[in-house]
Design a protein around this ligand. Structure first.
Ligand SMILES: Nc1ncnc2c1ncn2[C@@H]1O[C@H](COP(=O)(O)OP(=O)(O)O)[C@@H](O)[C@H]1O
Ligand SMILES: Nc1ccn([C@@H]2O[C@H](COP(=O)(O)OP(=O)(O)O)[C@@H](O)[C@H]2O)c(=O)n1
Ligand SMILES: [Mg+2]
Length: 210
């Protein structure tokens, strides 16, 4: 994307993103690590809006948009959709929500996602929640997710794991080098994982011993 267009985008989207202070938490982790499950819990307890990049892309396919076929093909192959498409959907959802605290789930998934979002929106995440889970466990979960997803088959799952290792982990490492990563052991049962998540979202002065 050219810098002139980027500057214009930033200007045009300034209402929410520069006038107000927004809180953004990126929720990252491999496919099946439990991002969506834990985001639902966080929303209930901490008043965030949950924006799943994958859900927004799937809704875009269903809406019959001109990008639908391209997005569908990328998802079936486990590939990462060009940033401009995903960022536009995220920005729209943020604007429409009227809220100012967002969990952005499954984004940024590669360096292009990360750099373009920062450039276009001017937003840096407050922190990054990273769900760390072994591949065997993620594979088991995805194969029994039963949400009718075209990408939850063993062939595409293997491709998604490869993309995660090659493209998404470097983004987590980038934020780790800035001290922004909050790593959670995501192999445990849902309730145990949420106990660890709660600690991250609770201001340290408010934590009570149990
Ligand atoms: N801690 C957990 N233990 C066992 N199963 C889980 C856990 N967290 C999520 N699941 C299940 O695993 C599948 C993938 O979870 P999901 O939240 O969709 O992950 P992601 O969004 O990271 O792909 C779902 O069927 C979900 O019910
Ligand atoms: N930032 C993103 C997020 C998802 N996607 C696409 O959407 C697919 C599903 O993403 P998802 O976040 O719903 O998947 P899970 O990690 O939740 O299993 C990915 O495999 C990509 O093909 C993308 O292209 N760019
Ligand atoms: Mg998900």
């Amino acid at each position: 994307m050219g810098t002139v267009i980027d500057a214009a985008n930033k200007e045009a989207n300034g209402s929410l993103l520069t006038d107000k202070k927004v809180t953004v938490v990126f929720v990252l982790g491999g496919p099946g690590s439990g991002k969506g499950t834990q985001c639902a819990n966080i929303v209930q307890h901490f008043g965030y809006i949950h924006l799943s990049a994958g859900d927004l892309l799937r809704a875009e396919i269903k809406s019959g948009s001109e990008n639908g076929t391209m997005i569908q093909n990328m998802i079936e192959e486990g590939k990462i959709v060009p940033s401009e498409v995903t960022i536009k959907l995220l920005q729209q959802a943020m604007e429409e929500s009227g809220n100012d605290k967002f969990l952005i789930d499954g984004f940024p998934r590669n360096e292009e996602n990360r750099a373009a979002f920062e450039l276009v929106t001017g937003i840096e995440p407050n922190f990054v929640l990273f769900f760390d889970c072994p591949e065997e466990e993620m594979e088991r979960r995805l194969l029994s997710r039963n949400q009718g997803r075209v990408d939850d088959n063993i062939e595409t799952i293997r491709k998604r794991f490869k993309v995660f290792m090659e493209s998404s982990l470097p983004v987590i490492e980038y934020y780790d080098s800035k001290g922004k990563v909050r790593k959670i052991d995501a192999a445990k049962p849902v309730e145990k994982v949420f106990e660890a998540v709660k600690v991250v979202f609770t201001p340290s002065g408010d934590q009570v011993a149990v």
